[in-house]
Design a protein around this ligand. Structure first.
Ligand code: ATP
Length: 333
């Protein structure tokens, strides 16, 4: 078989320290993850998560090489999440990536974490030119590619969808991550509780919804299952409405759901209906690659490396607040 590049990708934006080895043909040779879990009722503490990453870096790297059956000398590039994310966590991953790139004398490739979610989702689903609904703990964006960049056609005006579900779950004393727990309880919900839905043009807003649902939770009048069910219904309907507007306007033929919250089946169902009504193919990233992982960084690293994107160690500072529509994408036409 023809020789191809191998990129090592390091993910460390928040809760996950991930290492993956991916080839230029898009084969994921290994994808190792170690996840920091805060105690129930608490959110991620950036310093504690960074300490977790520092402790787990060596064993995770070792396992990724072992599973891939690849030697460090076979690596062509080292890619890392340069941002956005939690500063201490990003810096830990970047330090590991710099050390490896220097030692192996290979290019250091900076990757935008959210673009990593999109590119891995596109690789895994075969999406070519989709409208993307990206939903995670750090992002709630409706984006499409145009004139060299992923352009934002809609987004949250305050907290993200992942944040909404996690913060509500924390209030309810559920373990982290909250999204899957809310989904499970929502399945046992029987009664819809009226909650405020806010869509402003193509944007959504979730902070009022969170405040109101937490207030109802504290009052203790409704079953938790009913609140979870209603919270999902309202939050996902708002997003579906915004996505539908963007789809109708852009007339894209693919609707791609990506990011950690993409694993949610109720959300998938709502967006599948939107896609069908507009004659678009509905695509969703496979569950095992929906959350943060090294593969999203390694694969996007390959695409960027092929276009000559790299950064010197001196200029490789992390970017905790990096917007995805500010990143040039030379590998897409
Ligand atoms: P980003 O990727 O933007 O930096 P992140 O690090 O939080 O954010 P992910 O790992 O992609 O990102 O997503 C985690 C989020 O996905 C959490 O908010 C989690 O609760 C949510 N999530 C995971 N599974 C589900 C599910 N089945 N239903 C709803 N939410 C889910």
């Amino acid at each position: 078989m023809e020789k191809t590049e191998i990129c090592l990708g390091i993910e460390s934006t928040a809760h996950t320290f991930g290492v993956s080895l991916v080839t230029g043909r898009g084969e994921i040779l290994s994808d190792e993850r170690s996840v920091y879990k805060p105690p129930p009722g608490r959110g991620i503490h950036p310093r504690e998560s960074a300490q977790h990453h520092a402790q787990q870096a060596a064993p995770t790297l070792k396992e990724a090489f072992r599973k891939a059956g690849v030697k460090p000398s076979q690596i062509d590039a080292v890619a890392f999440s340069q941002g956005p994310g939690l500063g201490p966590c990003l810096r830990t991953g970047a330090t590991v990536a710099r050390a490896l790139a220097l030692y192996l004398k290979v290019p250091l490739v900076p990757v935008h974490h959210a673009i990593g979610h999109i590119e891995l989702a596109a690789l895994k689903t075969g999406a070519v030119d989709p409208l993307v609904v990206l939903v995670s703990g750090g992002h709630t964006s409706i984006v499409a590619f145009s004139a060299g960049r992923w352009r934002v056609f809609g987004e949250t005006e305050d907290i993200t969808l992942g944040n909404l579900l996690d913060a509500f779950a924390r209030e309810a004393g559920l373990p982290s991550p909250g999204g899957p727990m809310v989904e499970r309880l929502a399945g046992e919900g029987k009664r819809f509780v009226e909650l405020p839905l806010t869509v402003k043009g193509n944007d959504v807003s979730y902070s009022g919804l969170l405040t109101y649902t937490v207030k109802l939770l504290r009052e203790g009048v409704h079953r938790l299952e009913d609140l979870c069910f209603s919270l999902q219904e309202v939050a996902f309907s708002a997003l579906a409405e915004a996505a539908e507007r963007a789809l109708a306007f852009l007339e894209k033929k693919e609707l791609l759901l990506a990011g950690g919250v993409a694993a949610n089946r109720t959300l998938q169902k709502k967006l599948r209906i939107v896609a069908r009504e507009h004659g678009a193919r509905f695509l969703v990233v496979p569950r095992e690659y929906s959350g943060d992982c090294g593969a999203q960084i390694a694969w996007t690293g390959i695409l960027a490396y092929r276009c000559g994107v790299q950064v010197s160690v001196e200029r490789s500072q992390v970017k905790p607040r990096w917007r995805l529509d500010s990143v040039p994408i030379p590998w897409r036409r």
